[in-house]
Design a protein. Structure first.
Lengths: 354, 354
DNA sequence: GTTAGCACTCTTTAAGCCAGACTGCTAAAT
DNA sequence: ATTTAGCAGTCTGGCTTAAAGAGTGCTAAC
């Protein structure tokens, strides 16, 4: 059943007002501040109906009304105002991403950081699995007599933290030969395929580099594993104290325990529909194991057209959805723009060469 | 004035007891649980004297005694029990550091993580300035047509996150020539010297690589700057809720605001005596701007004999100093041991070659 | 359909009271 | 000269009661 326009208007006022100062809103406030064309009694009867319909609740009989999850959902879907960010803010977002080599991890972390900074809420970033990354290039760099740095470029990442310890002093010939072989074997393979490679499949030439090969596979496995384990970033956990709901110690502990149980948080983010640009989860919703009073607003972000992860805000159900959604959107738009710029550049280069 | 043995004994009991359950301790508890050889009245008069001397305080007239900063100081200096970590815990610490290429940043971060894990407190890591790092080797790795990865090994770090964007496709000759020149110019220079290099000093050969050279200097500057800005790591901020003092929302906010003001925290850690192995700062002490009810216990850590940073615990004044200090010590010992192992290895290798 | 008026409910704050926990002091005991 | 038992005095914390305030729901009139 569609709500009447007046009901929607009243509902919007309630949510707006409640988001602003966190107090149950009374029929009188609504009338005085926003809808002087009706008496408080009229509004009261409308409120009673909205409560009946499951949009509003009352902390106790003689208190004002408080929006319930159902109200927030309608609010975010159609009632909410859409105020864009300022030019400066958009430029600021741009400056954080431009000029940086595109890597999924950097992207997700920076997005989370930016979100927490621009919204004053706690931000979460979720890094998608790297096991589908496609290997484009492998490099070996000799660091010293016993260490070789392994660099693996994939379509969306550069692995550059893996160091191979050797027990002999590899010379330049060895390194470049090994590098070439690794490229032959791994080129265009997904990381998951690379780590599953059976050495028996290797040809004779590779056999000479068996030990090195095994070490590389081991390092890649560790890389995939470590990224799968540390796939969540939290930014601005202490921001919560900027919001009055966290004056209550129990709510706070509750919230922080959600943040702490990374598995849980991960599963909430992971189950998101990959096609949806922005997901809003409010309260204990269907399957999601999000605790009762909290909400999660997140967006999927892409690199080269591939979903690399998501980032968003986790906070009290009463949050500034408008602001949060605008920030998430702006970041998404910025990334698209930068992606487009880069592709254009490549095309231009190609033209020049021809 | 030196305290009598009995006073010390009583003081130790008070601190032990208070650390354990956070309640003011009464003369009766002391007598019943620890010192049945004296009556509670005797203990009461001793307590009164200890209060007079500034070791103890009373929340209110009819409450038990609570240790003050002065008591904690004496306690950590001489009264405290010294119970070592278990074998397993020491092995666990070892496993976190062995097998990893020694880098100061990794070291400080891992130390902080370990500390928070093993103590259940919030850990801070402070990364010393990298500007005194001595450049040992510079590598250039071509990533694609427009990007070169810059790798700089110093005595205690490997810079491997800097990417040079070029506007032409550098070929292998260019790269290796540039690499050689960069090594010639930068070898054995400190980072601070390298970033201050005046290009007019460069000889003709280098002039051809002027642009690249400038980009490298710029990247190194950014590196030094970014490490100076992000020189603090926090681990386990949510651990605070494992401790009862943080059931009070004001204490909690207060504490978190200290954590948030990174400059402040940094200055507290920075001013530490570099020769001191372990520093204990309790309450508002002399110069330090640490807030009233908190304490900071930290240790300096070294790599190749050079101080690279410090890590420790920040928490309520009432904390398990014994545990914390043992953990910091064990980490320090482990790092020494690993350092020694590596030096020995190198010596062995040399022997073999000779 | 809207509104004014009023009874009713629930919260919040303050005050008062009592039991419980300790201390500090005094006078006696060792 | 210490040490101790005993007791008066002080402060907290929990409970109860009272009163004021904020809002609602309902009813009867517009």
């Amino acid at each position: 059943m569609e709500l009447s326009d007046r009901k929607k208007k009243i509902l919007k006022v309630v949510v707006d007002d409640y988001i602003e100062d966190g107090q149950p809103v009374s029929s009188k406030t609504i009338q005085e501040r926003h809808l002087s064309e009706f008496s408080s009694a009229t509004i009261r009867s409308e409120l009673a109906q909205l409560e009946e319909l499951g949009y509003l609740g009352q902390p106790h009989t003689s208190a004002g009304r408080v929006p319930l999850a159902k109200a927030y959902k309608l609010y975010t879907n159609e009632l909410m105002p859409r105020e864009d960010l300022t030019e400066e803010e958009i430029d600021y977002i741009y400056s954080k991403f431009s000029d940086h080599f595109p890597e999924s991890e950097f992207l997700v972390k920076s997005a989370a950081k930016l979100i927490s900074e621009l919204t004053d809420y706690t931000a979460v970033g979720f890094l998608g699995s790297v096991s589908n990354d496609v290997i484009k290039n492998v490099k070996l760099v000799k660091l010293n007599e016993r260490s070789i740095l392994l660099i693996v470029m994939t379509d969306v990442n550069i692995i550059k933290d893996s160091i191979i310890a050797t027990d002999f002093d590899a010379d330049d010939n060895y390194i470049s030969a090994a590098e070439q072989i690794l490229n032959e074997v791994f080129d265009e393979k997904k990381l998951s395929e690379a780590t599953d490679l059976d050495e028996s499949l290797l040809n004779d030439r590779i056999k000479n580099y068996k030990l090195l090969f095994e070490k590389v596979v081991k390092l890649l496995k560790e890389y995939v594993k470590s990224k799968a384990e540390q796939n969540l970033v939290l930014e601005g956990s202490t921001n919560i104290f900027k919001h009055t709901e966290f004056n209550d110690i129990d709510t706070t502990k509750n919230f922080l325990s959600v943040l702490d149980s990374k598995e849980k948080l991960g599963s909430i983010l992971k189950t998101e529909d990959n096609n949806l640009e922005i997901t809003v989860k409010i309260g204990r919703e269907d399957d999601s194991s999000l605790a009762d009073d909290f909400a999660l607003v997140s967006a999927n972000y892409k690199l080269n057209g591939v979903n690399v992860g998501s980032a968003g805000v986790i906070g009290p159900m009463r949050m500034d959805y408008n602001r949060v959604i605008q920030v998430l959107n702006s970041i998404g738009r910025t990334l698209n723009e930068i992606g487009r710029e880069m592709t254009e550049k490549k095309v231009n280069d190609k033209d020049e060469r021809e």
